[in-house]
Design a protein around this ligand. Structure first.
Ligand SMILES: [Fe+2]
Length: 276
């Protein structure tokens, strides 16, 4: 297996709100430009997106635009941005995309949960906000614990293949001990990825009894500490030995107060060794 690159990103939030100056459209244009530039420097075969492309069902302030006006920013995000990516992509729903299975497939072309083998690795997309779909009221999503039966079923279809779990979020206080026991026992699972908190950090699950980590894939919208951590996405290098991950923050200058500026930065560089 030769080295193989994929990209993981989330929390892009094309919606009726702006952050740090530019409009959502200007911000997403920057994202697309940065994704293209990364592709030229280091071609990737696939993009996995972990949710929150919109605020279509937003419970706050002026509320989401899908129930109020029938406007889907998720659909706009796909048409104007995702469809222009230089590589194939797959999308998980976030807690702001409560579209039921049928509508989700119509919008994205993929199910709300899926598995895809890329570069000799199995990526399993978990649907952890599967409660109260197709709602008639605005809400911020309903968490459902990770579907272990689905993961086991997919892993059986791809024997001897190392796996990476993806989800918009893993709410550790809402997962049963069985989840952590499964991660500890199933050595083919090398690493987990999530978004949702908009941070780029690594959560070690050893205190829960699982010697495995969750890599948080940052955001391309907003963060509580914009001077320290701004927009970005994860680049993975897959090999026989394991997965190397780094967070790419493209060079940015924004008319925020105080202004936000940094050159391209690479952070949280980590290698996760195969566990079997
Ligand atoms: Fe979220």
């Amino acid at each position: 297996m030769k080295d193989h690159h994929v990209i993981i990103c989330s929390d892009l939030h094309l919606c009726h709100r702006d952050w740090y100056g530019p409009t959502g459209e200007e911000r997403l244009k920057e994202w697309l430009f940065a994704m293209e530039k990364t592709y030229v420097n280091s071609p990737y075969s696939h993009v996995f997106m972990l949710g929150d492309y919109s605020l279509d069902f937003w419970a706050w302030d002026i509320k989401g635009c899908y129930l109020n006006e029938g406007k889907s920013y998720t659909a706009r995000f796909i048409k104007e941005f995702a469809s222009r990516l230089p590589a194939p992509y797959q999308m998980l729903a976030g807690n702001h995309e409560q579209y039921g299975e049928e509508k989700w497939q119509e919008l994205t072309g993929n199910s709300r949960k899926w598995a895809k083998k890329v570069g000799g690795w199995l990526f399993i997309g978990c649907d952890n906000f599967a409660g109260n779909l197709d709602p008639t009221e605005h809400s911020d999503g309903t968490y459902t614990p990770t579907d272990l039966a689905f993961i086991k079923e997919q892993m059986e279809l791809y024997p001897d293949t190392p796996a990476i779990l993806l989800s918009h979020w893993f709410e550790l206080t809402k997962e049963p001990q069985e989840f952590f026991d499964f991660l500890q026992k199933e050595k083919r699972i090398t690493l987990l990825f999530c978004g949702h908190d908009h941070l780029n950090k690594i959560t070690d699950l050893s205190e829960y009894g699982a010697e495995v980590s969750i890599y948080h894939d940052g955001n391309y919208s907003y963060t509580g500490k914009p001077q320290e951590q701004l927009w970005g996405f994860c680049e993975l290098t897959l090999s026989e030995e394991g997965v190397a991950v780094q967070y790419i923050e493209p060079a940015t200058t924004l008319p925020h107060d105080p202004a936000l500026h940094h050159e391209e930065r690479i952070s949280n560089i980590r290698f996760f060794k195969r566990r079997f």
